[in-house]
Design a protein around this ligand. Structure first.
Ligand SMILES: *Cc1c(COP(=O)(O)O)cnc(C)c1O
Length: 336
């Protein structure tokens, strides 16, 4: 038996039984294997180390109310990952092989899946890196694809807690025709500085406007932006430089299902006056309510952590994930 204090888990990496790893060379993927060693051996000239040819994903497997383990919408993760792969000139990873790899890595780490009721989950992190030794800038001809699994805890133990977000005028997340809509590792290296400055000022998250004009909302560093207007509508930005969040897509479907109008469109910054609730959404936290947005010397306040729409959507989505309510959208895949 493992000696894990489930109630103390945060969102941190813990080595587990194994990860699953595949290698690509001479134009094809091998059949993969479970690897106990949580280290990867690479050439000092590996493409990913110098030129950042690396993409990733994030998804969760849940121990449900009936005791079974299910993974949330993993087909969407491999589809998005293959779109990132295409952008970064990397080979696609076949969908069927991915689903099988997810099964294998979860089953091999099943005892690391937090029990039902703890609010935790087994976090899966697929990663693809260009591993070929290359000194001139060009796509690698060798790749490693792996999925690591690590248990994570709930973000909110005593109910949903709101945070304050900061908007910068002098840091952008993604160029208008750049890599913002792909989960490219380099996007996150480029975000560290702004996040560090914001944290030092007491803002746990950074909100980005469109980088061309700073007129429209884009998204947060690693989560999508949405607002609930004073008239009760869920709105979320339409933009070429934001990551298509699976959580956000799910919240839109849930909102419609619950009779809340949900729209994806360009959102002007001035519309901030019409927001009642603001949220950041993504796999890690589902929804982080944003109680204030700071831009320059102006602060805009919301009652997001008490927001009825945020609470309703948060509960509706997590109830499906933990199997408390029927999976009407067919989002959960049983691991057996
Ligand atoms: C991963 C990520 C998200 C959230 O996507 P989910 O599929 O909901 O986890 C949003 N924005 C950025 C920039 C991300 O990297």
């Amino acid at each position: 038996m493992l000696n894990i204090e489930w109630s103390k888990l945060g969102f941190e990496y813990m080595p587990t039984a194994c990860h699953i790893q595949f290698k690509f060379s001479k134009g094809k993927w091998d059949s993969g294997s479970l690897v106990k060693d949580p280290h990867v051996s690479l050439s000092v000239a590996a493409e990913c180390l110098h030129y950042g040819q690396a993409i990733f994903e994030g998804l969760k497997a849940y121990r449900c109310k009936d005791g079974k383990v299910r993974v949330f919408r993993d087909i969407e993760n491999i589809r998005r990952m293959n779109s990132s792969a295409n952008y970064a000139c990397m080979p696609e990873f076949p969908e069927e092989m991915f689903l099988e790899a997810v099964n294998k890595v979860i089953k091999a780490n099943i005892e690391y899946t937090p029990p039902y009721g703890t609010g935790g989950a087994l976090y899966l992190r697929p990663l693809m890196i260009g591993s070929g030794p290359i000194i001139g800038i060009a796509p690698s001809d060798e790749y490693i694809f792996l999925i690591l699994a690590t248990p994570v805890g709930p973000y909110y133990r005593g109910g949903i807690v709101g945070v304050n977000a900061m908007i910068f005028e002098d840091y952008d997340r993604a160029a208008p025709n750049g890599s913002g809509r792909y989960k490219l590792a380099g996007n996150y290296a480029a975000s560290l500085k702004a996040s560090k400055i914001a944290k030092a000022k007491g803002f746990p998250i950074v909100l980005y406007l469109d980088s061309k004009e700073h007129k429209y909302f884009d998204e947060f560093t690693s989560s999508n932006f949405f607002a609930v207007t004073k008239s009760g509508e869920y709105i979320t930005p339409e933009s070429k430089s934001i990551l298509p969040s699976i959580t956000n897509n799910s919240l839109i479907e849930l909102a419609n299902h619950l009779g809340i109008k949900a729209t994806r469109r360009q959102i002007k910054f001035e519309e901030i006056e019409t927001f009642a609730e603001v949220g950041a959404c993504g796999t890690a936290v589902v929804i982080t309510p944003v109680n204030a947005i700071q831009r320059g010397d102006k602060t805009y306040n919301f009652t997001s952590d008490k927001g009825v729409v945020i609470q309703k959507l948060y509960k509706a989505l997590t109830d499906i994930q933990y199997g408390n309510t029927p999976d009407v959208f067919n989002w959960m895949r049983l691991i057996e």
